[in-house]
Design a binder for this molecule. Structure first.
Ligand code: AMP
Length: 288
């Protein structure tokens, strides 16, 4: 059995479940409060707080875990990153009160008090840039601290910046960029061979889903005379697949993998080249 620690609630939990289920590892849970569940096959999930996952993995209580890179770095535990899951994207930033006029860390006077749920990362950041600070650890809502007079600046996570803006704070520096990651204890040799094998399979399964998410499969009937121009519009993975159509006359069918973000443009370009019967579908998994 390969035990994987997953966030039990919070921002990452739904996306993690979605990804695992798309990869064929459906969480079979009995009620909302179950602390562990089978993921099918040799995989078992345990549900714990995102903050605790680095410890669980480092201590060997779980063979692997999914949590925010910010939390892995804050924990100070040496974990190996197996895969970037590309969601839970956020930045750990330094922010000051808007009316302070401060626009960069250099402009912060003296030895400021820093309210943060990330005391370790904050200390090492200010050490690195040679600034003396007094860290005030808080477990949440750090944004309010400067307004209450318990801190001069804040170090906290942001994704859109809107919470800072609403609270009258301005970002002045980025300490770390983070996304959700699949991590394991550094000493791979600690895993028996079968576990290493299962972990490799897990990484491949998740990676194939992530890779497919921003791609689409496109099919179109293309005038043979325009094939060369269509090739420029549809590079595909290794160039488009060209298939004969029964009684297709002057048309052939072309299949290609295209970027989801530019599919509208691709369709317009194909129409302009006289293509017909254009069909776009999602891809479940993609292994190059
Ligand atoms: P939570 O479950 O809300 O405690 O957040 C767990 C993790 O979600 C954080 O440690 C980050 O890795 C990630 N996250 C993504 N976006 C944000 C955001 N805007 N604010 C806070 N955490 C975020």
């Amino acid at each position: 059995m390969l035990r994987i620690a997953l966030p039990n609630k919070g921002r990452l939990s739904e996306d993690v479940r979605g990804l695992f289920s798309d990869a064929g590892l459906e969480v079979r849970i009995v009620g909302d409060r179950a602390l562990s569940a089978s993921l099918g096959g040799e995989f078992e999930a345990i549900f714990v707080r995102a903050q605790d996952i680095p410890e669980f993995v480092a201590d060997g209580a779980a063979d692997a875990g999914v949590t925010g890179w910010d939390l892995v770095c804050e924990s100070g535990r040496q974990l190996e990153q197996l895969l970037d899951l590309e969601f839970g994207r956020c930045r750990l930033v330094v922010a000051a009160r808007e009316e302070s006029g401060i626009a960069s860390v250099e402009q912060i006077d003296g030895s400021p008090r820093v309210a943060t749920p990330f005391p370790s990362l904050s200390r090492s950041y200010f050490d690195r840039i040679g600034r003396k600070v007094e860290v005030v650890p808080v477990s949440g809502a750090a944004e309010i601290a400067p307004h209450l007079g318990i801190a001069d600046i804040v170090v906290d996570l942001t994704s859109t910046g809107s919470t800072f803006r609403v609270n009258g704070l301005r970002e002045v520096a980025t300490i770390l960029e983070s996304t959700a990651r699949l991590v394991t204890a550094r000493a791979q040799s600690r895993h028996a061979d079968e576990k290493t094998h299962a972990l490799t399979e897990l990484v491949m399964a998740l990676a194939s889903v992530i890779r497919a998410r921003d791609k689409r499969y496109l099919m179109a009937n293309v005038p043979k005379a325009r094939l060369e121009q269509v090739r420029d519009v549809l590079p595909g993975l290794k160039g488009p697949t060209v298939v004969d159509i029964l009684d297709g006359g002057s048309y052939v069918a072309v299949h290609a993998v295209v970027a989801a973000s530019s599919v509208y443009r691709t369709i317009a370009a194909l129409k302009a080249l006289g293509c017909e019967g254009i069909l776009v579908t999602r891809i479940e998994r993609l292994m190059p």
